[in-house]
Design a protein around this ligand. Structure first.
Ligand code: TMP
Length: 205
């Protein structure tokens, strides 16, 4: 695998979309051929699985079913989009990846991280991101963002603040355990500051 694999993580409302576009522009300016994608999703089938997950409310989907659907979507995404792009030497920028599974299904839902680890190995082998940018901000940022969505909330946005508190803690724990790969960026700073930090981390790889 020659290409670089960059992932962006964080709770709802921390500005992932804006910064994915910034990272794409930075990588292109550095002369890389870039593929931008997202999880769950990224291929037609994986996008259908995404719809299934996000539009099924509460108890209509079990925690275990949710976990396995995330990895089913990931298996498709890896096989038909991510691995071929990396093999072609492209820089792949993915809006969320397996750290989100550890944070949401592990931290948020309370599923066993040992099990998530096993699925990670089954589905990904030894493929891991080269760099993960964790956009971190206080919980109020998520709460405000979700409130602004009105009635159009998805399966995760229906959750309460304590759920997002557990998700955020799980993300920070992952970053503490893998500080070389996972770089925490304070997303509560002005955008220009956030992007200056992101540019520094990108230049490291
Ligand atoms: P998005 O709103 O950032 O596009 O992500 C969709 C939702 O899916 C978001 O609430 C986080 C959730 N998610 C998980 O719970 N587990 C995962 O593994 C991934 C990739 C996303």
């Amino acid at each position: 695998m020659k290409g670089r694999f960059i992932t962006i993580e964080g709770i709802e409302g921390v500005g992932k979309s804006t910064n994915v576009a910034f990272i794409e522009a930075q990588c292109k300016a550095a002369g890389h051929s870039v593929l931008v994608t997202r999880e769950p999703g990224g291929t037609p089938l994986a996008e259908r699985i995404r719809d299934l997950i996000l539009t099924t409310p509460g108890e209509g989907l079990s925690d275990m079913g949710e976990l396995l659907l995330m990895f089913a979507a990931r298996a498709e995404h890896l096989a038909s989009l991510i691995r071929p792009a990396l093999a072609r030497g492209e820089t792949v920028i993915c809006d969320r990846f397996t750290d989100a599974t550890f944070a949401y299904q592990g931290g948020g839902r309370g599923l066993d991280t040992g099990l998530i680890n096993k699925l990670q190995v089954i589905v990904q082998g030894d493929l891991r991101p080269d760099l993960t940018l964790l956009l971190d901000a206080p919980l109020e940022v998520s709460v405000q963002r979700i409130a602004s969505r009105g009635d159009e909330v998805d399966r995760f946005e229906q959750e309460q603040a304590d759920f997002f508190g557990r998700v955020r803690s799980a993300y920070l724990k992952i970053a503490a355990q893998a500080p070389e790969r996972v770089r925490v960026v304070d997303a509560s700073q002005p955008l220009v500051e956030v992007q200056a930090r992101i540019a520094e981390h990108l230049s490291d790889i």
